[in-house]
Design a protein around this ligand. Structure first.
Ligand code: ADP
Ligand code: ZN
Length: 612
């Protein structure tokens, strides 16, 4: 047979396996390419966004190939869920990490020796242990997977020391191939991964980083509790994560929400292991829909039906933002991201950066994300440009800018020039003034300070009298973020930057949006409602709730998270098509052979009872 003929036979096998075990009809972008790299034993790096379907890329070849695949993952908390998912599909998989008892470990080791497993999930520390190396060298291995491969790079956002020595795989287990997977990697990080793993020749599969099913909204923070509760009203009965920057913010926001009757749990590194474990379980087992957390929460979260992410503060980089918002909508259904940022967040992060050895890198990343917050433009475009890709569409239809939710300032240059002139005029050689004083001068207020400094005699005094404080504050924040004004020093005083000089000279223009007003908020709430109606148009919501109840009870019987049984997408499909026979049930999204055997009758019964 020619090579092409072999390939087309293989493609048929691969597609059949996808349908049979996963219940999917077609591949997502780049899955087929990544799968063939594994099948053909060429080392590879695959970058696919969250929800892009990375697991299938190595789980499927592991099934088709002889021997056992070894998956290195830094996320101990996730290993169990992934292995449970595989077992529920009838695939032989186990994991080895410090969470297992000695007895459980020897049980797994016996299975490895007996060649019974198709996949073994393992922590990087354990892989580097001598006994483990001996054991793995004595059995047939199909290939290695490095999951969350960005952890290998200092340039990434989540460096793990234990990942640093993974080049040993190439030394010890040659010629077994190695396949690296990650969701977020700038080109610098990609190069680093390849270098660290000592790939010589390899294939690279880089997907679009864009997450078209996420809608981004970025708003200046005012009364954060009000802003958050408004989001929660829109997402009644849906799951979401609220991220805060500090532990004490988590505690206070969580308590306030509880007092308002909004059930939620909290999660941060200051809680005991036990407390954190309970929160995580409550959330992933769907016992509670809202979790308030620091970024300590997330690496271990795989719940696929997270419908919204709130950032009550600005993250320290676009990578972090991408990673944290990435947890929403893994099931491919629409999900919504809201960020409430403030100048204080910038100052908090720069304070940490100052003390770090990586100060320059951190500050550079910080100013990019601050610019992202303060410069109104397509959010999808900025994010994907950041990761080195072009955005072809002129409008994404899924961000506050493209949805025309922002009320743009039409004479942005004039507004910018007025503010910059004021900043420049009040400043003396030795000291400047903060935003509050600048606002007072522009609005023409006589304060003690203004009187004593005679700032009421300046030409800029009162030139923005007709605007509100909130408006001017908002403009200042955007001008800082866009690099026209610098804020610094112990008293956070303002000064005009070189780019700011260019704005005063009329050579460049800022892009400014007005603060969001009440009427717009109402409209956006109306839109959210309409959006939900459209999304659920063909789906029987009552039946969906019944199916969900059944799923929850099955999951707690089995002691696994609900999504391991079926995703929301599958339940929605059932609630829309109401299958009453096994044949019809087999056509539902995400129903493979094993799921059909285990669950078809149970869920068909729910459909029948409901239809009666
Ligand atoms: P990632 O690890 O890249 O975030 P996952 O492997 O968790 O993504 O996959 C995301 C979701 O997409 C899962 O629910 C998965 O079952 C589903 N999925 C994967 N491949 C396909 C496919 N070919 N067709 C439909 N859904 C798929
Ligand atoms: Zn957009």
């Amino acid at each position: 047979m020619s090579l092409d003929a072999v390939r087309s036979a293989d493609i048929r096998n691969v597609s059949a396996a996808l349908k049979r075990h996963w219940g999917y009809d077609s591949f997502l972008p780049l899955q087929k390419e990544a799968i063939f790299s594994v099948l053909e034993d060429e080392d590879s790096l695959t970058v696919l966004p969250t929800g892009g379907g990375k697991s299938v890329c190595f789980q499927l070849p592991a099934l088709l190939m002889e021997g056992m695949a070894v998956v290195v993952s830094p996320l101990i908390s996730l290993m169990k869920d992934q292995v449970d998912t595989l077992k529920d599909m009838g695939i032989k998989a186990e994991f080895l990490n410090s969470s297992l008892t000695v007895r459980e470990q020897s049980f797994v080791i016996d299975k490895i020796r007996a060649g019974e497993l198709k996949l073994l999930y393992i922590s990087p520390e354990r892989l580097q242990n001598e006994e483990m190396i001996d054991l793995l060298s004595s059995v047939k291995l199909s290939f290695f997977v490095i999951d969350e491969a960005h952890c290998i790079s200092h340039w990434g956002h989540d460096f793990r020391a234990s990942y640093r020595n993974l080049w040993m795989i190439k030394e010890v287990f040659k010629p077994v191939s190695v396949h690296a997977f990650t969701a977020t990697a700038t080109s610098q990080v990609q190069e680093d991964i390849v270098k660290q793993l000592k790939f010589t020749e390899h294939k690279t599969h880089i997907g679009m980083v864009d997450r078209p099913n996420l809608t981004y909204r970025v708003v200046l923070r005012k009364e954060v509790l009000k802003q958050v509760t408004r989001v929660l009203e829109k997402h009644d009965n849906e799951a979401g994560i609220i991220y805060c920057l500090r532990r004490k913010d988590v505690d206070s926001l969580s308590e306030k929400l509880n007092n308002l009757g909004i059930r939620n749990v909290r999660y941060h590194a200051g809680m005991t292991d036990e407390e954190r474990h309970i929160s995580q379980e409550m959330f992933s087992r769907e016992k509670v829909d809202v979790i308030v957390a620091t970024i300590a929460f997330g690496m271990g979260i795989d719940r696929s039906n997270i419908r919204f992410i709130v950032h009550a503060g600005m993250p320290k980089s676009i990578e972090h933002y991408q990673q944290e918002t990435g947890r929403a909508g893994r099931d491919g259904l629409p999900a919504f991201c809201y960020m409430f940022y403030g100048g204080g967040d910038y100052r908090l992060w720069s304070f940490f950066a100052e003390k770090s050895t990586e100060r320059e890198t951190m500050m550079a990343k910080l100013s990019v994300i601050y610019n992202f917050c303060t410069r109104p433009q397509c959010r999808h475009k900025v994010i994907i440009n950041y990761f080195g890709q072009l955005y072809e569409k002129s409008s994404c239809g899924a961000c506050d800018y493209c949805l025309n939710e922002l009320d743009m300032v039409t004479d942005a240059s004039i507004v910018g020039q007025k503010i910059l002139s004021c900043v420049a005029k009040v400043r003396t050689r030795n000291y400047g003034f903060g935003a509050a004083h600048t606002v007072n001068v522009l609005r023409g207020r006589i304060t003690d300070k203004i009187e004593s400094l005679s700032h009421d005699n300046l030409s800029v005094f009162g030139i923005m009298r007709e605007e509100s404080d909130v408006f001017i504050r908002h403009m200042i924040e955007q001008l800082i973020g866009q690099g026209f004004i610098e804020r610094g020093g112990e008293y956070s005083t303002l000064s005009v930057t070189a780019t700011g000089e260019n704005l005063l000279a009329g050579e460049v223009e800022p892009i400014l949006a007005k603060p969001v007003i009440a009427a717009k908020k109402k409209e956006s709430a109306r839109r959210a409602k309409r959006r939900k109606e459209i999304e659920w148009a063909d789906i029987d919501q009552g039946l969906f709730q019944e199916l969900r109840k059944k799923r929850t009870s099955l999951a707690s019987e089995k002691g696994v998270p609900a999504y391991i049984i079926f995703s929301d997408k599958t339940l929605r499909d059932i609630a829309a098509k109401k299958p009453e026979t096994i044949e019809k049930f087999a056509e539902m999204y995400g129903v493979g052979e094993n799921k059909l055997k285990s669950y078809a009758e149970i869920f068909i019964q729910v459909v029948k009872n409901y239809s009666k």
